[in-house]
Design a protein around this ligand. Structure first.
Ligand code: MG
Length: 408
């Protein structure tokens, strides 16, 4: 088995750390060309010590200078910075696979660069396909880049399709845990605290995605990703709440056959699948024992409790840069919520107002750049920016009930 050379974007985040955990279990199987982090240089320095990459990228230039001071002065690892550094780290000819594990829209350009270079690209960065799905898929078709979905649901579907593309495919069923509030009555959503929203019952994830899971916006973004990854219209993508998070997703074929992928909720399984693709790694992790799990339950998503999911379906229908705008708006709203500046129940309310405004503006003969069509990464980011500004304008003008006001 030949050694595979990797660039890991977002190496200090949840996806990156799990990726390096898998890699460390298989010495000689992978070589790290580059590790890239936003600004956590202490953790990055430890990772460099273990994996000896040729290149380290720290997005933040000040943090990059700090890393240069920490590293031993032998120059074994070159330290790059900024977007240029990221693009250089993914484009190097020796790189076979890029792990796109950064959080946020900053991941778009380097992921696009990796696709344009025809690399294998393991996609964990949601924004890539949410903001610019069509652009990315078309670029991959042109360059021959292989996109490998690393998110558990999309990886499950990818495994179920088993390389047969959409032949005979009727629909896909994305499963969702339903987050921490699946059993809480909607009337009590206003009481939800930040800590409660951050405590996901099944998966350990970063704060932004934990909130997105609690509102089910995460599943909405995943529907948008699935639409592009598997070339299906939204009406052929179903979402079911499955509280055990054992069935990671399913596909249904025209003859009525349903194939599901199951496993314990551990990110390292889909990560290992992408890293070794098309091979499999003998991963020594706790195994699924269905007798122990006992039962697997599935429920429809209650629309009143999880309207964020349905807003995502609406913007997917609008097309163009509408999903990018929704994503940008959601990021800002979640940031305000995490800052204790907004009630949990206001998240879908503000988002709903953004979508309303978006629909109005799309009726204009010339809507702002990127909103109707996304022809470049820049236009995708423009649409994202529009969503952010719209959300902040609504929050700042409407005097939404703030948590502090609520406590008083
Ligand atoms: Mg997921």
């Amino acid at each position: 088995m030949s050694e595979k050379t990797l660039t890991v974007l977002g190496s200090t985040g949840s996806i990156g750390r799990n990726t390096l955990d898998v890699i460390q279990r298989f010495p000689g199987r992978f070589r790290i060309h580059a590790l890239a982090a936003h600004n956590n240089v202490e953790m990055l320095a430890d990772q460099i010590d273990v994996h000896h990459p040729a290149v380290a990228v720290v997005f933040d230039p000040e943090a990059a200078s700090r890393l240069r001071e920490i590293l031993p002065g032998n120059g074994a690892t070159a330290v790059l910075t900024g977007m240029e550094g990221l693009v250089e780290a993914v484009s190097a000819p020796e790189v076979d696979q890029v792990i796109s594990g950064m959080v946020g829209s900053v991941g778009l350009r380097p992921t696009y660069a990796a696709i344009e270079c025809g690399k294998q690209v393991a996609i964990a960065n949601k924004e890539t396909l949410v903001l610019a799905g069509q652009l990315m898929i078309e670029a991959a078709a042109e360059s021959g880049a292989r996109l490998l979905p690393m998110d558990s649901e999309h990886n499950a579907i990818f495994q179920c399709l088993n390389g047969n593309g959409s032949r005979g495919l009727e629909r896909i069923v994305l499963t969702a845990s339903g987050g921490p509030f699946r059993d809480l009555p909607f009337e009590r959503f206003g009481e939800i605290t930040r800590e409660q929203a951050l405590a996901h019952p099944n998966w350990k994830m970063g704060p932004k995605i934990s909130i997105d899971s609690a509102t089910m916006m995460n599943k909405g973004l995943e529907v948008i990703e699935a639409r592009w990854l598997f070339g299906l219209q939204a009406d052929r993508i179903q979402v079911l709440i499955h509280r055990q998070s054992i069935v990671h997703s399913m596909v249904e074929f025209v003859d009525g056959s349903v194939i599901a992928q199951l496993g314990l909720p551990d990110m390292r399984t889909p990560i290992a699948h992408c890293l070794a693709y098309p091979d499999r790694l003998p991963l020594d992790l706790p195994r699924l024992n269905l007798a122990e799990v006992g039962k697997l339950e599935f429920e429809e998503v209650p629309p009143d409790k999880f309207s964020c999911l349905f807003l995502a379906l609406e913007v997917l229908e609008l097309g163009g840069g509408a999903p990018a705008a929704l994503n940008g708006a959601n990021e800002e709203i979640v940031a305000v919520f995490l800052d204790d500046g907004l009630l949990f129940s206001a998240i879908p309310t503000v988002l709903g107002q953004v979508v309303k405004k978006l629909k109005e503006i799309l009726k204009q003969p010339e809507p702002p750049a990127g909103l109707r069509d996304v022809g470049s990464v820049k236009e995708a980011l423009d649409a994202d920016r529009w969503g952010r500004d719209a959300a902040l304008a609504i929050i700042n003008h409407a005097a939404y009930p703030h948590r502090s006001a609520n406590i008083a």
